[in-house]
Write a protein that binds this ligand. Structure first.
Ligand SMILES: Nc1ncnc2c1ncn2[C@@H]1O[C@H](COP(=O)(O)OP(=O)(O)O)[C@@H](O)[C@H]1O
Ligand SMILES: [Mg+2]
Length: 270
């Protein structure tokens, strides 16, 4: 195993409900880099995101995912989260009855406890403290200011009746508080108007400035988002494989030419 690569997806094959979706996907990233995955609908972008986090419906049939030398595929989703992997969902689910603030505080405390336990052979030391309420409020207020949401946001039920823009802000609030090492953002631009897009992107950029070692994998259908969150590398996913990789100019080319020029020709039917 080559441990010098920070994050690597190797020859990944993934099936959903018995149907092969990813068919030998390769991707590697160094710490601090911003990569974009673009591709038409149904090409497997969300499948890649879910496979990185360990969604149980996505079956890896072949290949590896390695992060900082560790075999990610052997870990449960919560272990992956503790390792520093994070996914902002394309379609966040509502949790009526659980407020944004309670959800975030529970997540932060779960992270603190799990990290402490992992450092002590799986046994939670008795002296591990939850985050103090004032400290949590401070961090939450700071994140809410960055994402330009007002105070009432924290006391609403998570994603319950949220607009598209509010749901995406709630995802990035989680990112702000959990401070991942590798953030996967699945179509964070979908459902956002131009103002919301700018605010959410700026939020991501501020978090990246604060932690320049954080890697970001931006999944998007449209070039537009990449005007705000600027990737160094762009990969095009077609039919479960990376069909093309390049620099930021590749995204502009896709904007102009669409995806068809990268598709395999259909087999001739005689
Ligand atoms: N739960 C599921 N059951 C069956 N097929 C699925 C499921 N989820 C995704 N797929 C199929 O997998 C393919 C890739 O989906 P997805 O990864 O969501 O693509 P993208 O995010 O690029 O639009 C699509 O053909 C989709 O219909
Ligand atoms: Mg998707």
């Amino acid at each position: 195993m080559d441990t010098s690569i920070w994050f690597e997806v190797k020859n990944l094959h993934v099936s959903v409900a018995g149907k092969p979706i990813l068919k030998g996907l390769n991707l590697s990233m160094n710490a601090g880099e911003v990569h974009a995955i673009m591709g038409p609908n149904g090409s497997g972008k969300s499948t890649l995101a879910y496979s990185i986090m360990g969604h149980p419906n996505y079956t890896v049939t072949q290949g590896d995912i390695v992060f900082e030398g560790k075999n990610v595929l052997a870990m449960k989703p919560d272990e992956r989260s503790r390792l520093g992997l994070f996914l902002a969902f394309q379609y966040p689910v509502a949790i009526p009855g659980v407020t944004v603030a309670n959800f975030l505080r529970t997540a932060v405390n779960a992270r603190i406890k799990a990290t402490a336990a992992a450092q002590h052979d799986g046994v939670l030391p008795a002296d591990v403290k939850s985050i103090s309420i004032p400290e949590f409020r401070k961090q939450l207020r700071d994140a809410m200011r960055i994402l330009k949401v007002d105070d009432s946001f924290a006391s609403r039920y998570l994603n319950d009746g949220f607009s598209g823009g509010e749901k995406k802000r709630a995802e990035i609030l989680q990112m702000a508080l959990l401070k991942p090492q590798l953030a996967v953002l699945d179509e964070t631009d979908s459902g956002l108007d131009i103002d919301a897009l700018r605010i959410v992107s700026e939020g991501v950029n501020i978090l990246h400035e604060r932690d320049p070692q954080m890697g970001i994998l931006v999944i998007t259908h449209y070039q537009r988002l990449l005007n705000y969150i600027r990737p160094q590398f762009v990969h095009v996913l077609i039919n479960g494989q990376v069909a093309e990789s390049g620099g930021p100019d590749l995204a502009l080319q896709l904007e102009e030419r669409g995806y068809d020029w990268l598709r395999e020709p259909e087999p001739e039917v005689k």
